[in-house]
Design a protein around this ligand. Structure first.
Ligand SMILES: [Zn+2]
Length: 231
């Protein structure tokens, strides 16, 4: 008989990090969403029209790789009736399709990232070891409506070789091998944008890593991040 997987731990993780992105001020209103690839054709995703402040494991949606609800799993885990996956799940699926190694996606609207996303410019160069390792070169996908096919195409085209992406006039999307890792990337990217914004307001010129320093950081990164499948 086939051994059944237990998804409770990953559901709790998604709920925990949903509360985290809300308490950090990285999302507003019903904004932001988190998903995980729990199995080949099983995704667990935050529901639409819920604040991330108190979303619970019971509010999460099980879907297949096309974003369709899986009623059997919904029932088996006693999920709350009436919940529907986030309308932005198509963007998540575009990221998952870029590499089988990606297990989780965190989408947020962090204020400092948004302060750049709402312009045509992002500070792309990492200036700290953390941003070199967890963020890499920051890029921005040109504006397309949230949850649209157009945005999914754009994100899919840019996801390879990256772990975070700024969405113009919208926010940030970060991914990794776990919800925790995708969250770290969110936090590191927001901090990078915050410090860059402070430096710009002072007209302070950043000290850039030398080529050799970048190479050393790349070695460090490969130790942490190599198995991402996105390198
Ligand atoms: Zn959004």
């Amino acid at each position: 008989m086939e051994c059944k997987k237990n998804y409770s731990a990953i559901m709790e993780k998604i709920a925990e990090y949903s509360h985290m992105i809300w308490s950090k001020g990285f999302v507003d209103g019903n904004g932001g969403n988190i998903s995980a690839r729990a199995d080949k054709n099983v995704f667990i995703v935050t529901p639409t029209l819920f604040s991330k402040r108190n979303v619970s494991a019971r509010d999460l949606c099980f879907t297949d790789a096309a974003g369709k609800l899986l009623p059997d799993l919904m029932e088996e885990y006693g999920q709350n009736p009436g919940v529907r996956p986030t309308s932005e799940f198509m963007t998540h699926l575009a990221i998952y399709s870029s590499s089988p190694e990606i297990r989780a996606v965190v989408h947020t609207h962090p204020p400092y990232v948004c302060s750049y996303a709402f312009t045509g410019y992002v500070p792309s160069e990492p200036l700290s070891p953390e941003s070199a390792v967890w963020m890499g070169n920051l890029a921005m996908a040109a504006y397309a409506p949230a949850g649209s096919e157009k945005l999914a195409f754009r994100v899919e085209a840019m996801a390879k070789g990256r772990n975070v992406l700024v969405l113009q006039n919208h926010g940030l999307v970060a991914w990794g091998r776990s919800v925790e890792e995708a969250y770290w990337r969110t936090e590191v990217t927001e901090n990078h944008c915050k410090v860059c914004s402070i430096m710009e307001s002072r007209n302070a010129e950043p000290r850039r890593f030398t080529k050799q320093e970048m190479e050393e950081l790349e070695i460090m990164k490969s130790k942490f991040v190599k198995s991402n499948g996105n390198e």
